[in-house]
Design a protein around this ligand. Sequence first.
Ligand code: COA
Length: 335
Amino acid sequence: MYNSKIIGLGKYVPENIVTNADLEKKIDTSDAWIQERTGVKERRHVVKGDGNTTATMAYKASKIALERAQIKPEELDLILMATLSPDYYFPGSGVLVQTLLGIAECPAMDIRMQCSGFVYAVATADQFIKTGMYKNVLVIGAEQQSGGLDMTTRGRNISVIFGDGAGAVVMTRAENNSVGVLSSHLHSDGEHAKELSLIGPNTNRWVHEIMAENDPEDISYYPYMNGQFVFKHAITRFAEVIQEGLDATGWKKEEIGILIPHQANLRIAQMVQRKFQLSDAQVFNNIERYGNTTAASIPIALTEAWEEGKIVSGTKVVLAAFGSGFTWGAIMIQW
Ligand code: COA
């Protein structure tokens, strides 16, 4: 059995910045409301024609991660692509990234676990590396969500939160088992699947049926979120799964070098921070600049924390996520 470790990180966000003031022009909302409830000041949205899609943003982040890892694309054994906004309904975007990287034949797999997607993908990569089946794995979280949001007052509880972007890491076999991913903890509970979902079109109600009905009240093709319900579950599950990771590794909460929570909502991250009595230096947040970029939020934040020198050899890193499904999970990494 081998440990896996991260040896290269990269991120890409579209250039187009959408501030809360920009949203005020389209939606009945305010900068004060958005900042107070979510912590978001601005987010990035792709612009039609700027060449950005989920796959191309993922490619740009991956190129940086590969260069930093000093791994050539052809040395990859597996690509794992976490996204809820693949370029196409099918195939997934992993194969598109593979082609952009100019390689063929290595498996490229999409992981559909929404906000927990990157955590699930890292855990999956870890298992393939642990068993010795694969050595070098590219793990991506990327989203182009802006085009699918209801940018009217009707959709304001969702559209002000979410943004576009991509992050990627290269994982490889660690030289020894005292470093790298020490444990991963994954959970799902489908009971509340509809509380944060996009259910139309679906296999029982295809696009042509929605179009034939032509119902102006039908908003099933926009994401739906029961905000307060999600909020309460998120706080509980974040706390549970981080504690699970601490119990598995034997780390004390004071020993956490950096906690990178999925950037769902600054209030959720702050409540988790208070629950574990972590200092500001122990928790990394960047939601104020990017909003919630779903599967991309952890790899973007992880990359920025690393670029800022907050993660160095010896740092104890905790990744934790919660999202639609519901799904949640944590990864404990000894850097
Ligand atoms: N601007 C202004 N007002 C808004 C608004 C916006 N963008 N969005 C909602 N409101 C209004 C509502 O219409 C409602 O008005 P009413 O009282 O007149 O009916 C009021 O604000 C309160 O709405 P509510 O949905 O109860 O607000 P909230 O305090 O729960 O905050 C969220 C909404 C979405 C910010 C909050 O529930 C949340 O952050 N939930 C978790 C979201 C999350 O993390 N999702 C990702 C998980 S991966």
